[in-house]
Design a protein around this ligand. Structure first.
Ligand code: GLY
Ligand code: MN
Ligand code: MN
Length: 456
C-alpha cells in the first residue's frame, strides 16, 4: 500500500476541520462488493474521499473526525487467523492508521458509542450497503437521511485543488495511459477484432501495476459515446475510438481518448472531421486559464465545430444563431469535459452540480450543454479533461430529421453520406496553472501525421 507522508493526511484533515468548524464528521470506506456470491467479489475500490483523508486502501473501514472533542478514530477489524489463512499476513490496522496520523483504532461494532447523532456530518452515499449503514446508525429511512451540505462544499473545495504531490501521481496515470494508447494504435489493423486491441490495452496497463479508472471504451462504433462492446471485426475504412485510462496504485485517474483509422491511414473525409475535432481540442486547451468559465470553452469548441461543419456543407446559416439554438448538440451531445482526480469524474458521487456549477450558474437543458459536468470558473490547481468530439448518430439524425428540428440549419441530405462514419473524440488531461495550463504527461500521438506514423 502506497501512502503520501503522514503530514499530508493530517494537514488535509486539519484544513477540513477548520472549514467545517464544529461537530463530528463520519467517513465511510467501501466494502467488498459481491459479483455473483459473497466470496467472489469485484475488484475492491476504496472510496475516494476516504482515500483522500485516511489513505488506507482496504475494505471494511470507516473513520470519525470529532472536531468538538479533538480526536480521530479509524473503525475496522484487526486481521483474524482466518483472514491470514485465506489472504495472508497483513500489517496491523493500528500500524496502518499511524501512517496516516491516526492513533486510535476501534472495532466497527463500537461505532455508535462514539457518534453524536445531532452533530454528525456525512457525505452522500452511492453504495447501498453504506446507505443502509447510515440509515441504521441514525435510525432513519434511507430516503430520509440528509448528507451535510456544509461538508460536501468543504470537501469539494479542498479536493478540487490538486497539490504538487497529487499532480505527480496524475501525470503518472497519464503516462501509463499513454502507453496503453500507443499499444492500441499499434494493435489496431484491418481484419482484427476489437477485443484483441482491448487485450493489448489491459496487458499494457497491468504491466505497470495500474487498474482501469473506468471501463474501456474501444469501438469502431464510436458514435455510441460509451461503447463497451468489443466484439466487432474492424474493417478498412472505419474509424476506431479508444477512450481508456488507468488509475495508479494510489487511485489517481487518467482519462484519455484518441481516434484512429483502422487501416492506419485517414481518408480525406475522415481527416476533415478529425482535424475539426483536433482544432476544437487544441484551441480549447490554448484558452485555459484561471477565472475562465469552462462553459465558455465548451461554447468555443461548439463554435469551431459548427464553423467547420459549415465549410463541409453539413450545416448552413449564422454560426452564432446555431450556437444559441444548440445545433452543435446534434454532433457533440456531450460536455467538453469534467474535473478529474481520485475519481475519473472527480467527486461526482458528492453531486455533479456541487463540483461543476455554483449559485447563479444553472445547468442548461439543451442537448450537449445539459451533459456539461463542469461549467464554472477554472482555478489554478484544477485538473480537467478537454474532450471534444464529433459524432454521426443515425438514430438521432433520423429523429431530428423526422421532426424537422434545426431544419433551417442542418443539411440532412448531405448528412446521409455520414450515417456510417462513426465518431471522433480526442481527450487530454490538463492542469490549470497560475499563468495558464499544462497538459499532463508526455505527449500522446494526436495529429493526423503522428497517429498514422505510430500505426505504420
Ligand atoms: N471516459 C469517460 C469520459 O471521458 O468522461
Ligand atoms: Mn474519456
Ligand atoms: Mn473524460
Amino acid at each position: 500500500m502506497k501512502f503520501f507522508s503522514t503530514e499530508t493526511y493530517k494537514n488535509r484533515r486539519n484544513v477540513l476541520k477548520k472549514a467545517v468548524g464544529k461537530g463530528q464528521i463520519l467517513f465511510l470506506g467501501n466494502n467488498e462488493a459481491p459479483m455473483n456470491y459473497t466470496d467472489n467479489t469485484f475488484r475492491f475500490r476504496q472510496d475516494s474521499t476516504f482515500l483522500y483523508y485516511f489513505g488506507i486502501n482496504m475494505p471494511g473501514l470507516s473513520a470519525l473526525i470529532d472536531i468538538d472533542n479533538d480526536h480521530e478514530i479509524i473503525f475496522g477489524h484487526e486481521f483474524s487467523m482466518d483472514d491470514i489463512i485465506w489472504i495472508g499476513p497483513h500489517e496491523r490496522l493500528a500500524s496502518l492508521a499511524l501512517k496516516v496520523g491516526v492513533e486510535k483504532t476501534v472495532s466497527p461494532s463500537d461505532i455508535s458509542k462514539y457518534i453524536s447523532k445531532d452533530t454528525l456530518h456525512f457525505l452522500p452515499q452511492y453504495r447501498f450497503d453504506n446507505q443502509i449503514f447510515i440509515s441504521e446508525l441514525l435510525n432513519q429511512k434511507t430516503h430520509e437521511i440528509k448528507p451535510s451540505l456544509e461538508l460536501i462544499k468543504a470537501v469539494v473545495a479542498q479536493r478540487s485543488i490538486k497539490t504538487p504531490e497529487e499532480i505527480i501521481e496524475m501525470a503518472l496515470a497519464v503516462n501509463i495511459t499513454r502507453e496503453m494508447h500507443i499499444a492500441a494504435m499499434k494493435a489496431t489493423a484491418t481484419g482484427k477484432m476489437e477485443y484483441e486491441v482491448v487485450g493489448k490495452i489491459l496487458e499494457t496497463m497491468h504491466a505497470h501495476n495500474a487498474e482501469l479508472s473506468y471501463p474501456v471504451i474501444f469501438s469502431v462504433n464510436g458514435q455510441t459515446l460509451h461503447n463497451h462492446y468489443h466484439g466487432n471485426i474492424m474493417l478498412a475504412g472505419q474509424l476506431a475510438i479508444n477512450d481508456s485510462g488507468c488509475e495508479t496504485e494510489m487511485g489517481y485517474a487518467g482519462d484519455i481518448t484518441r481516434s484512429m483509422p483502422v487501416s492506419g491511414k485517414f481518408t480525406q473525409k475522415q481527416k476533415d472531421i478529425y482535424e475539426t475535432v483536433l482544432e476544437m481540442e487544441v484551441s480549447s486547451i490554448e484558452t485555459l486559464k484561471p477565472n475562465l468559465k469552462y462553459r465558455d470553452v465548451h461554447l468555443l469548441a461548439n463554435k469551431i465545430l459548427l464553423t467547420n461543419l459549415k465549410s463541409l456543407g453539413l450545416v448552413t446559416g449564422n454560426v452564432e444563431d446555431m450556437l444559441i439554438e444548440g445545433v452543435g448538440g446534434l454532433f457533440m451531445p456531450h460536455g467538453l469535459g469534467h474535473m478529474i482526480g481520485l475519481d475519473v469524474h472527480d467527486m461526482e458521487g458528492l453531486g455533479e452540480n456541487y463540483v461543476g456549477y455554483r449559485d447563479g450558474l444553472e445547468r442548461s437543458s439543451q442537448l450537449g450543454l445539459k451533459s456539461l459536468r463542469l461549467a464554472k470558473e477554472l482555478e489554478s490547481g484544477h485538473v480537467i479533461t478537454v474532450e471534444p468530439g464529433c459524432y454521426f448518430i443515425p438514430e438521432l439524425i433520423g429523429k431530428y430529421k423526422s421532426e424537422d428540428k434545426f431544419k433551417e440549419f442542418v443539411n440532412y441530405s448531405k448528412l446521409e453520406e455520414y450515417l456510417d462514419f462513426g465518431g471522433v473524440r480526442i481527450e487530454d488531461n490538463v492542469l490549470i496553472t497560475e499563468s495558464g495550463y499544462e497538459i499532463l504527461g508526455e505527449a500522446i500521438p494526436k495529429t493526423v501525421e503522428e497517429v498514422e506514423e505510430i500505426m505504420r
